[in-house]
Design a protein around this ligand. Structure first.
Ligand SMILES: O=c1[nH]c(=O)c2[nH]c(=O)[nH]c2[nH]1
Length: 300
Protein backbone atom coordinates (compact mmCIF):
# COMPACT_ATOMS: atom_id res chain seq x y z
CA UNK A 1 0.00 0.00 0.00
CA UNK A 2 1.24 3.48 -0.78
CA UNK A 3 2.31 5.58 2.16
CA UNK A 4 -0.45 7.59 3.79
CA UNK A 5 -3.24 5.18 2.87
CA UNK A 6 -4.71 2.02 4.37
CA UNK A 7 -7.63 -0.15 3.36
CA UNK A 8 -10.68 -0.08 5.61
CA UNK A 9 -12.37 -2.74 3.49
CA UNK A 10 -11.78 -4.32 0.11
CA UNK A 11 -13.55 -6.98 -1.92
CA UNK A 12 -15.25 -7.62 -5.22
CA UNK A 13 -17.86 -10.00 -6.52
CA UNK A 14 -21.12 -10.44 -8.40
CA UNK A 15 -24.42 -9.05 -7.14
CA UNK A 16 -27.91 -10.37 -7.83
CA UNK A 17 -26.97 -13.70 -9.40
CA UNK A 18 -30.37 -15.26 -10.06
CA UNK A 19 -30.86 -19.01 -9.83
CA UNK A 20 -33.83 -21.35 -10.07
CA UNK A 21 -33.03 -24.91 -8.99
CA UNK A 22 -35.54 -27.68 -9.70
CA UNK A 23 -35.22 -30.96 -7.84
CA UNK A 24 -37.07 -33.69 -9.74
CA UNK A 25 -37.95 -36.75 -7.69
CA UNK A 26 -40.07 -38.72 -10.13
CA UNK A 27 -43.29 -36.81 -10.64
CA UNK A 28 -42.77 -34.70 -7.50
CA UNK A 29 -40.71 -31.58 -8.12
CA UNK A 30 -39.37 -29.01 -5.63
CA UNK A 31 -37.94 -25.58 -6.37
CA UNK A 32 -35.55 -23.08 -4.85
CA UNK A 33 -35.17 -19.61 -6.33
CA UNK A 34 -32.31 -17.49 -5.02
CA UNK A 35 -30.65 -14.17 -5.57
CA UNK A 36 -27.00 -14.51 -4.63
CA UNK A 37 -24.17 -12.09 -3.94
CA UNK A 38 -20.55 -13.22 -3.94
CA UNK A 39 -17.70 -11.20 -2.52
CA UNK A 40 -14.01 -12.20 -2.53
CA UNK A 41 -10.94 -10.61 -0.93
CA UNK A 42 -7.46 -11.25 -2.33
CA UNK A 43 -4.23 -11.45 -0.31
CA UNK A 44 -2.74 -8.69 -2.48
CA UNK A 45 -4.03 -5.33 -3.58
CA UNK A 46 -2.02 -5.24 -6.81
CA UNK A 47 -5.28 -5.33 -8.77
CA UNK A 48 -6.37 -2.06 -7.15
CA UNK A 49 -2.97 -0.40 -7.01
CA UNK A 50 -1.33 -1.51 -10.24
CA UNK A 51 -4.12 -2.79 -12.44
CA UNK A 52 -2.48 -6.26 -12.29
CA UNK A 53 -5.33 -8.75 -12.75
CA UNK A 54 -3.28 -11.93 -12.57
CA UNK A 55 -4.88 -13.08 -9.27
CA UNK A 56 -8.38 -11.84 -10.03
CA UNK A 57 -11.20 -14.39 -10.23
CA UNK A 58 -13.50 -12.49 -12.59
CA UNK A 59 -16.92 -11.66 -11.22
CA UNK A 60 -18.21 -13.43 -14.33
CA UNK A 61 -16.39 -16.62 -13.23
CA UNK A 62 -17.89 -16.18 -9.73
CA UNK A 63 -21.32 -16.12 -11.34
CA UNK A 64 -20.55 -19.26 -13.36
CA UNK A 65 -19.39 -20.99 -10.16
CA UNK A 66 -22.86 -20.49 -8.68
CA UNK A 67 -24.48 -22.40 -11.55
CA UNK A 68 -21.83 -25.13 -11.78
CA UNK A 69 -21.95 -25.89 -8.03
CA UNK A 70 -25.76 -25.89 -8.09
CA UNK A 71 -25.66 -28.47 -10.89
CA UNK A 72 -22.94 -30.58 -9.21
CA UNK A 73 -24.16 -30.58 -5.61
CA UNK A 74 -27.82 -29.55 -5.68
CA UNK A 75 -29.38 -26.84 -3.53
CA UNK A 76 -30.87 -27.60 -0.11
CA UNK A 77 -31.01 -24.35 1.87
CA UNK A 78 -29.59 -20.83 1.46
CA UNK A 79 -27.14 -21.49 4.30
CA UNK A 80 -25.85 -24.81 2.95
CA UNK A 81 -25.41 -23.36 -0.53
CA UNK A 82 -23.60 -20.27 0.77
CA UNK A 83 -21.30 -22.48 2.90
CA UNK A 84 -20.56 -24.64 -0.14
CA UNK A 85 -19.67 -21.60 -2.25
CA UNK A 86 -17.41 -20.06 0.43
CA UNK A 87 -15.47 -23.27 1.03
CA UNK A 88 -15.18 -23.89 -2.72
CA UNK A 89 -13.72 -20.41 -3.37
CA UNK A 90 -11.20 -20.70 -0.52
CA UNK A 91 -10.07 -24.23 -1.49
CA UNK A 92 -9.79 -23.54 -5.18
CA UNK A 93 -8.00 -20.17 -5.00
CA UNK A 94 -5.09 -19.92 -2.51
CA UNK A 95 -4.78 -16.18 -3.21
CA UNK A 96 -8.06 -15.53 -1.34
CA UNK A 97 -8.11 -14.42 2.29
CA UNK A 98 -11.89 -14.25 2.59
CA UNK A 99 -15.10 -15.23 0.84
CA UNK A 100 -18.56 -13.94 1.61
CA UNK A 101 -21.82 -15.12 0.08
CA UNK A 102 -25.27 -13.65 0.73
CA UNK A 103 -28.41 -15.45 -0.39
CA UNK A 104 -31.97 -14.22 -0.56
CA UNK A 105 -34.58 -16.93 -1.06
CA UNK A 106 -37.72 -16.18 -3.04
CA UNK A 107 -40.84 -17.28 -1.13
CA UNK A 108 -42.32 -20.00 -3.33
CA UNK A 109 -44.72 -22.43 -1.67
CA UNK A 110 -46.17 -25.62 -3.08
CA UNK A 111 -49.65 -25.07 -4.51
CA UNK A 112 -52.54 -26.95 -2.92
CA UNK A 113 -55.40 -28.10 -5.20
CA UNK A 114 -58.60 -29.48 -3.66
CA UNK A 115 -56.74 -30.04 -0.39
CA UNK A 116 -53.85 -31.96 -2.03
CA UNK A 117 -50.24 -30.79 -2.41
CA UNK A 118 -49.53 -30.27 -6.10
CA UNK A 119 -46.65 -32.25 -7.64
CA UNK A 120 -45.15 -29.43 -9.66
CA UNK A 121 -47.07 -26.13 -9.25
CA UNK A 122 -46.05 -23.41 -6.82
CA UNK A 123 -47.41 -20.07 -5.67
CA UNK A 124 -45.41 -16.98 -4.86
CA UNK A 125 -46.14 -16.11 -1.22
CA UNK A 126 -44.40 -12.86 -0.46
CA UNK A 127 -45.59 -12.68 3.17
CA UNK A 128 -41.99 -13.02 4.34
CA UNK A 129 -38.66 -14.18 3.07
CA UNK A 130 -35.51 -15.98 4.10
CA UNK A 131 -32.06 -14.42 3.78
CA UNK A 132 -28.62 -15.56 4.86
CA UNK A 133 -25.02 -14.45 4.88
CA UNK A 134 -21.95 -16.68 5.20
CA UNK A 135 -18.55 -15.13 5.66
CA UNK A 136 -15.37 -17.20 5.90
CA UNK A 137 -11.77 -16.15 6.39
CA UNK A 138 -9.00 -18.56 5.43
CA UNK A 139 -8.23 -21.04 8.26
CA UNK A 140 -11.29 -19.90 10.21
CA UNK A 141 -14.71 -21.41 10.74
CA UNK A 142 -17.42 -19.85 8.56
CA UNK A 143 -19.77 -17.40 10.27
CA UNK A 144 -23.39 -18.05 9.36
CA UNK A 145 -26.22 -15.63 9.95
CA UNK A 146 -29.82 -15.96 8.84
CA UNK A 147 -32.68 -13.53 8.46
CA UNK A 148 -36.45 -13.56 8.30
CA UNK A 149 -38.00 -10.41 6.90
CA UNK A 150 -41.33 -8.86 6.09
CA UNK A 151 -43.70 -10.80 8.35
CA UNK A 152 -46.68 -8.43 8.65
CA UNK A 153 -48.96 -9.27 11.58
CA UNK A 154 -51.91 -7.55 13.28
CA UNK A 155 -54.07 -8.35 16.28
CA UNK A 156 -57.16 -6.51 17.46
CA UNK A 157 -56.86 -7.08 21.21
CA UNK A 158 -54.56 -8.58 23.89
CA UNK A 159 -52.19 -5.63 23.55
CA UNK A 160 -51.73 -2.70 25.93
CA UNK A 161 -49.32 0.14 26.59
CA UNK A 162 -49.76 1.92 29.94
CA UNK A 163 -47.76 3.57 32.75
CA UNK A 164 -45.11 5.12 30.54
CA UNK A 165 -43.44 8.47 31.33
CA UNK A 166 -45.98 11.20 32.01
CA UNK A 167 -44.62 14.70 31.54
CA UNK A 168 -45.23 17.86 29.52
CA UNK A 169 -44.35 16.02 26.28
CA UNK A 170 -46.92 13.25 26.65
CA UNK A 171 -50.20 13.29 24.73
CA UNK A 172 -50.82 9.53 24.33
CA UNK A 173 -53.35 8.17 26.84
CA UNK A 174 -52.85 4.86 28.59
CA UNK A 175 -54.08 2.16 26.19
CA UNK A 176 -55.39 -0.93 27.98
CA UNK A 177 -56.68 -2.57 24.83
CA UNK A 178 -55.23 -1.52 21.49
CA UNK A 179 -54.53 -2.74 17.98
CA UNK A 180 -51.01 -4.17 17.66
CA UNK A 181 -49.61 -4.35 14.15
CA UNK A 182 -46.06 -4.81 12.97
CA UNK A 183 -43.79 -6.03 10.19
CA UNK A 184 -41.30 -8.26 11.91
CA UNK A 185 -37.74 -8.95 10.92
CA UNK A 186 -35.34 -11.21 12.73
CA UNK A 187 -31.65 -11.96 12.16
CA UNK A 188 -29.69 -14.53 14.09
CA UNK A 189 -26.15 -15.87 14.20
CA UNK A 190 -25.10 -19.47 14.52
CA UNK A 191 -22.28 -20.71 16.77
CA UNK A 192 -21.47 -23.59 14.37
CA UNK A 193 -21.82 -24.37 10.69
CA UNK A 194 -21.93 -28.16 10.50
CA UNK A 195 -24.64 -30.54 11.64
CA UNK A 196 -27.22 -27.73 11.71
CA UNK A 197 -30.67 -28.14 10.15
CA UNK A 198 -30.96 -24.53 8.94
CA UNK A 199 -34.36 -25.04 7.31
CA UNK A 200 -35.89 -26.52 10.47
CA UNK A 201 -34.50 -23.71 12.65
CA UNK A 202 -35.86 -21.07 10.27
CA UNK A 203 -39.35 -22.59 10.57
CA UNK A 204 -38.97 -22.77 14.35
CA UNK A 205 -38.12 -19.05 14.55
CA UNK A 206 -41.15 -18.28 12.35
CA UNK A 207 -43.40 -20.36 14.62
CA UNK A 208 -41.95 -18.75 17.75
CA UNK A 209 -42.68 -15.27 16.40
CA UNK A 210 -46.27 -16.26 15.59
CA UNK A 211 -46.73 -17.99 18.98
CA UNK A 212 -45.45 -15.02 20.96
CA UNK A 213 -47.32 -12.43 18.89
CA UNK A 214 -50.66 -14.18 18.35
CA UNK A 215 -50.75 -16.91 21.04
CA UNK A 216 -53.34 -19.72 21.12
CA UNK A 217 -56.26 -19.39 18.66
CA UNK A 218 -58.97 -18.91 21.29
CA UNK A 219 -57.35 -16.68 23.91
CA UNK A 220 -54.30 -15.15 22.24
CA UNK A 221 -51.40 -13.92 24.37
CA UNK A 222 -51.24 -10.61 26.25
CA UNK A 223 -48.59 -8.06 25.25
CA UNK A 224 -47.87 -5.22 27.73
CA UNK A 225 -45.56 -3.58 25.14
CA UNK A 226 -43.82 -4.27 21.86
CA UNK A 227 -40.55 -4.37 23.82
CA UNK A 228 -41.83 -7.28 25.91
CA UNK A 229 -43.01 -9.21 22.83
CA UNK A 230 -39.60 -8.71 21.17
CA UNK A 231 -37.89 -10.14 24.27
CA UNK A 232 -40.26 -13.12 24.55
CA UNK A 233 -39.46 -14.15 20.97
CA UNK A 234 -35.70 -13.78 21.47
CA UNK A 235 -35.63 -15.61 24.80
CA UNK A 236 -37.65 -18.53 23.45
CA UNK A 237 -35.42 -18.94 20.38
CA UNK A 238 -32.25 -18.89 22.51
CA UNK A 239 -33.75 -21.41 24.95
CA UNK A 240 -34.90 -23.79 22.23
CA UNK A 241 -32.06 -23.59 19.72
CA UNK A 242 -28.58 -24.14 21.17
CA UNK A 243 -26.96 -23.47 17.79
CA UNK A 244 -28.11 -19.82 17.84
CA UNK A 245 -25.68 -17.50 19.65
CA UNK A 246 -27.62 -14.24 19.31
CA UNK A 247 -30.80 -12.95 17.74
CA UNK A 248 -31.95 -9.51 16.69
CA UNK A 249 -35.69 -8.93 16.46
CA UNK A 250 -37.18 -5.72 15.10
CA UNK A 251 -40.86 -4.89 15.44
CA UNK A 252 -41.92 -1.54 14.03
CA UNK A 253 -45.07 -0.40 15.77
CA UNK A 254 -47.46 0.35 12.90
CA UNK A 255 -49.97 2.57 14.59
CA UNK A 256 -53.74 2.34 14.25
CA UNK A 257 -55.42 5.14 16.16
CA UNK A 258 -59.18 5.31 16.90
CA UNK A 259 -60.81 7.98 14.72
CA UNK A 260 -62.28 10.76 16.88
CA UNK A 261 -65.98 10.77 15.97
CA UNK A 262 -67.12 12.69 19.07
CA UNK A 263 -67.77 15.88 17.08
CA UNK A 264 -70.43 14.17 14.99
CA UNK A 265 -74.07 14.27 15.93
CA UNK A 266 -75.19 11.34 18.03
CA UNK A 267 -71.65 10.07 18.47
CA UNK A 268 -70.62 12.27 21.43
CA UNK A 269 -71.02 9.66 24.13
CA UNK A 270 -70.40 6.54 22.13
CA UNK A 271 -67.20 4.66 22.69
CA UNK A 272 -65.44 3.99 19.37
CA UNK A 273 -63.56 0.75 19.28
CA UNK A 274 -64.37 -0.15 15.68
CA UNK A 275 -63.21 2.69 13.43
CA UNK A 276 -59.44 3.21 13.21
CA UNK A 277 -57.05 5.26 11.10
CA UNK A 278 -54.04 3.27 9.84
CA UNK A 279 -51.02 5.55 10.20
CA UNK A 280 -48.14 4.53 7.95
CA UNK A 281 -45.64 7.10 9.12
CA UNK A 282 -44.15 7.72 11.54
CA UNK A 283 -43.90 4.23 13.03
CA UNK A 284 -42.32 3.23 16.32
CA UNK A 285 -39.13 1.25 15.87
CA UNK A 286 -38.53 -1.28 18.61
CA UNK A 287 -35.55 -3.58 18.33
CA UNK A 288 -33.04 -5.54 20.37
CA UNK A 289 -30.27 -8.08 19.96
CA UNK A 290 -30.16 -10.73 22.66
CA UNK A 291 -27.18 -13.01 23.24
CA UNK A 292 -26.52 -15.60 25.88
CA UNK A 293 -24.22 -15.75 28.86
CA UNK A 294 -22.55 -19.07 29.59
CA UNK A 295 -25.09 -19.68 32.33
CA UNK A 296 -27.96 -20.34 29.93
CA UNK A 297 -28.46 -24.01 29.19
CA UNK A 298 -30.30 -24.69 25.96
CA UNK A 299 -33.13 -27.19 25.99
CA UNK A 300 -32.28 -29.33 22.95
O1 LIG B 1 -45.32 -0.97 22.90
C1 LIG B 1 -45.02 0.23 22.81
N1 LIG B 1 -43.79 0.65 23.19
C2 LIG B 1 -43.40 1.96 23.10
O2 LIG B 1 -42.25 2.30 23.48
C3 LIG B 1 -44.33 2.89 22.60
N2 LIG B 1 -44.28 4.22 22.38
C4 LIG B 1 -45.50 4.58 21.86
O3 LIG B 1 -45.81 5.76 21.52
N3 LIG B 1 -46.31 3.51 21.77
C5 LIG B 1 -45.61 2.43 22.21
N4 LIG B 1 -45.94 1.13 22.32
Amino acid sequence: MEEGFDWVARGYGKDNVKLLYIRREGRVHSIKEYEIKTQLTLNTDKDYLLGDNSDVIATDSQKNTVYILAKRHGVVSPEDFALLLCSHFLLKYPQLTKAQVNVEEYPWQREVMDGRAHNHAFKFSPEYHHTCSVSQERDHEPLVSTGLQGLRLLKTTQSAFVNFVSDEFRSLPDMKDRVFSTEISAAWQYNKSTGVDFGKIWLLVLKTIKDKFAGPAEMGIFSPSVQNTVYLVQKTVLMEVPEVSQIQVTMPNKHYYPVDLSKFEGMENIENNEVFLPVDKPAGNITGTLGRTNLIKAKL
